[in-house]
Design a protein around this ligand. Structure first.
Ligand SMILES: Cc1ncc(COP(=O)(O)O)c(C=O)c1O
Length: 400
């Protein structure tokens, strides 16, 4: 039977299945001006290189120069050569394995397209980046969540599952300052994970938007240095500006052609002008170091302000570790009668918002998520962060 205008029978099964979450609907409320939002995952616009992008655009679009016509023309699907080479240098890998993507979000979707057949097992850390689960879900995998802790994915639990017969196509990790947990995968677990990938024959997807936002300690060697079965993702979003929509993926050679064909079907190529802009800014090594240094110092100050305000306002009611980098604090409410989805509703009434933990877990594990919350410190100044913590305390007290 044909549908009427309001019975969307023409939707594909996949589109009809996709649902906006209750949390997403609640978070729309947080856009009101009186709400102090710790919910967003946006970088701080104070770090956007506005003047440098303006100057670089002028240089690139000089009508007498060589680049202007190229920067406004269709380009190769793989990406602008200069930028591929720059990424290859950063990743210490061959440029032939580097594809420029429209944000790393597109790379996640293209990985889904090229690796997932319906029903294939894909392992994500619990908790994991919502956007990755959304991208993979578009290709009908069986998502399996393996718990993580403050040192990242519990590779011992993964090994146990593998020994019992789990056969993932790939394992997805945000190995540095994860979104949402803020955790960094320890050196020992990186070695273990790489070893498991080689022994059990799966691919590791190492997504790393936050690794350069580090103010304490040193970065463990990346997974790609430990196994050839790694796809590494990076992005200009947190180190330049997300509006550029420039990301990159470094992959084993066997994946390059299928990945490029999938990207061709999706968007032909990433914005040429924006790729040239990213190249101009990132190849100015001293300038980029200075800009990144200023951003990292700002995030550190914000992270410390929020952490100390949460500890002093909420005391033992909250368990939250300080951050050594990234954009998020991951916290646990210690009283078992507080469900953070309900806390969010109360918090919004008190003028503050966060993302409840349930958003970041595969559905089967949603029940173990109820006590968690993700708090972003990236966009509010230290005074507002202190006020946000006071409001959160008031919301918590309303449970008494
Ligand atoms: C872990 C992770 N991966 C990927 C992305 C997507 O970033 P983009 O598409 O802007 O590169 C985000 C965005 O917040 C993220 O947190």
């Amino acid at each position: 039977m044909m549908g009427t205008a309001n019975t969307p029978v023409l939707l594909s099964h996949r589109a009809a299945q996709s649902r906006s979450s209750v949390i997403r609907e609640l978070l729309k409320l947080t856009e009101q001006p009186h709400i102090l939002s710790l919910a967003g995952g946006l970088p701080n616009p104070a770090g956007f290189p506005i003047h440098e992008i303006r100057k670089a655009t002028q240089r690139l679009l000089d009508p007498s120069g060589e680049i202007a016509a190229k920067a406004l023309q269709y380009g190769p699907t793989e990406g602008v050569e200069q930028l591929r080479h720059l990424v290859a240098e950063r990743f210490n890998c061959p440029a032939t394995g580097v594809i420029i993507t429209t944000g790393s979000q597109q790379a996640l979707d293209l990985i889904g397209r090229t690796l997932i057949d319906p029903g294939d097992v894909v392992v994500v850390e619990s908790p994991s980046y919502v956007g990755a689960m959304q991208a993979f879900n578009g290709w009908d995998p069986q998502l399996v969540g393996i718990p993580g802790d403050r040192h990242g994915l519990r590779t011992d639990l993964l090994e146990e599952r593998l020994r019992r017969g789990l056969e993932p196509k790939f394992v997805y990790v945000v190995a540095n300052f994860s979104n949402p947990s803020g955790a960094t995968l320890s050196d020992a677990r990186r070695v273990h994970l790489a070893d498991l990938a080689d022994r059990f024959g799966f691919v590791i997807v190492e997504d790393d938007p936050y690794g350069e936002l580090r103010w304490e300690g040193t970065e463990p060697a990346p997974l790609r240095a430990r196994s050839e079965r790694v796809i590494s993702l990076g992005t200009a979003s947190k180190i330049l500006a997300p509006g550029l929509r420039v990301g990159w993926a470094a992959m084993p050679q066997w994946l390059v052609d299928p990945f490029v064909r999938a990207k061709q079907g999706a968007d032909l190529h990433t914005s040429t002008l924006n790729q040239y802009l990213a190249h101009e800014l990132l190849s100015d090594v001293a300038g980029q170091r200075a800009r990144l240094g200023a951003s990292v110092a700002r995030y550190q100050q914000q992270a410390m302000a929020l952490h100390s305000a949460l500890v002093s306002e909420l005391g033992s009611a909250i368990d939250v570790a300080p951050a050594a980098g990234g954009m998020f604090l991951w916290a646990r409410m210690t009283a078992d009668f507080i469900d953070t989805e309900i806390l969010l509703q109360r918090a919004i009434e008190h003028g503050v918002a966060f993302v409840p933990g349930s958003a970041f877990f595969v559905p089967e594990q949603a029940s173990m998520s109820r006590e968690y919350l993700r708090l972003s410190f990236a966009t509010l100044d230290p005074d507002s962060l202190a006020e946000a913590a006071r409001r959160l305390k008031a919301a918590v007290e309303s449970f008494a």
